[in-house]
Design a protein. Structure first.
Length: 455
């Protein structure tokens, strides 16, 4: 059984998701969903490829309130652009997605995600086999060492570079323990941390390689060139400020135990709620988050009826005649209506009930004569007041007219309705619409035929 602690910089992940996924991705209400979709995709990849039963997981998130760093330096992160409104509108769903994936979501006033991660690392690393931090921030590499490693974003949401002590040494030229001093000297433009003016990466690395720490650099300042000495003396105040700004909080009160971070597996009800609202049909399908048909219908069963005798056919026609709203779908031999022959016809006019009428099967035990079907349907589907609904009815109407059935004008086509709701969508087939709006996986024609043993 695994015993690892995964710590996610949730703020970094959500930001990356927003900019990695096309901002035009919306649900049928026009609400932006790209950051949520990207975040869900990223977490699902981790769950499938890396996480196991027995692991722990924490998704840390920044708060909008100012932190102690803003009080220290009012220009902290001042160069960052304001969060886009299209991203802000999606944030309220993030906790549900995270918890739906079986992880703990945590956001604490006054703390950044990095501080939560640093505290959790310090507090729990001795109790797990490994701590794996997922982040894009450079300063989080201070925590690398022993059983702690970082998976740092390189590009997008899935291109990650693993950092252990050796990798930090290879990239920066010094171990993780010196990263704090390094950032204190060079600053961090992403957070608007000033550092020492005139001290670049190469100079900082050379100084730390020779003197090992900032304190040693300043105690040996007379050994430096006049120009470098002047930069360090003039910039000492900003260096001290930067030193405090890049210092991660490692002793915050998280108000939770390691057991509270136990990875619990998928909460399908919670994920279904989010994915249904956001209309993520691909994710509903991927995780099989289908609505429980019995729950959807308050305990009722779905009923599929194969019409397999003349008596059943007559009973069906009586029911059809009594109903003024009918859904219809033709099974045929071709997608080209000019070449297609009718194989069977599906009907529904009662909640939770469907009927299948075989017409052109090769091995059906019983099916009515084609002429009889055309005759009765011509009468029943052309009567005044009847409302016919269906999916891609243009095709079904072409089939009917070709075979001599002239139905009343259609009432509602779900494919056209779906397009009008969300014309930017690329999926309008019935399977995807059922998943998107109902969380329901449609039964295939083959499944129904096998269930009813019809060929």
């Amino acid at each position: 059984m695994a015993n690892r602690l995964f710590l996610f910089d949730g703020t970094a992940i959500v930001y990356r998701a927003y900019f990695a996924i096309d901002v035009s991705l919306t649900n049928s209400k026009g609400e932006p969903t790209n950051a949520l979709f990207g975040t869900a995709r990223m977490l699902s990849k981790f769950i499938k490829e890396k996480m196991e039963t027995g692991d722990y997981a924490l998704f840390a998130f920044d708060r909008k309130e100012e932190t102690h760093r803003h009080k220290m330096y009012e220009d902290y992160k001042a160069t960052r652009k304001a969060m886009p409104d299209a991203l802000v509108s999606q944030l309220s769903w993030i906790p549900d997605i995270v918890e739906g994936f079986g992880m703990k979501f945590l956001s604490i006033p006054g703390l950044e995600a990095d501080d939560i991660i640093a505290t959790a690392t310090t507090k729990f690393k001795s109790r797990v086999d490994e701590v794996i931090i997922v982040s894009g921030d450079k300063d989080i590499l201070q925590l690398v060492g022993g059983n702690v490693r970082v998976l740092r974003f390189v590009s997008g949401l899935t291109d990650l570079q693993e950092y252990d002590e050796q990798k930090v040494l290879e990239v920066f030229g010094f171990p993780p323990s010196k990263l704090h001093d390094y950032l204190s000297l060079v600053g961090d433009t992403s957070d608007n941390i000033p550092g020492v003016k005139g001290i670049g990466e190469k100079t900082a690395k050379d100084l730390l390689k020779k003197y090992e720490s900032i304190d040693n650099i300043y105690s040996s300042i007379r050994q430096l060139s006049p120009a470098l000495r002047r930069k360090l003396v003039d910039g000492k105040q900003l260096m001290e400020l930067s030193r405090n700004l890049v210092q991660l909080v490692t002793n915050a009160d998280l108000k939770l135990s390691l057991d509270a971070l136990k990875y619990t597996g998928l909460d399908k009800n919670k994920l279904r709620k989010v994915f249904m609202a956001m209309e993520f049909s691909s994710l509903i399908k991927e995780f099989e988050l289908y609505s429980d048909a019995s729950e959807e219908r308050k305990g009722g069963e779905l009923e599929y009826n194969l019409i397999s005798s003349d008596d059943e056919f007559q009973q069906f026609l009586k029911k059809l005649k009594k109903n003024s709203l009918v859904s219809i779908d033709f099974e045929t031999t071709s997608l080209d209506p000019h070449q297609a022959e009718i194989v069977g016809i599906s009907f529904s006019f009662e909640e939770g009930k469907g009927y299948y009428l075989p017409v052109g099967h090769d091995t059906a035990q019983w099916q009515p004569a084609s002429k009889e079907v055309i005759r009765v349907l011509s009468n029943l589907l052309s009567r005044p007041g009847l409302k016919i609904v269906g999916q891609n009815l243009k095709y079904d109407y072409e089939i009917m007219i070709k075979h001599g059935i002239h139905p009343i004008v259609p009432y509602f086509d779900t494919m056209i309705g779906a397009y009008l709701l969300n014309p930017d969508s690329r999926r309008f087939n019935l399977d995807d619409l059922a998943l998107k709006y109902l969380g329901y996986r449609t039964q295939t024609f083959e499944e129904l035929m096998e269930k009813n043993r019809i060929g």
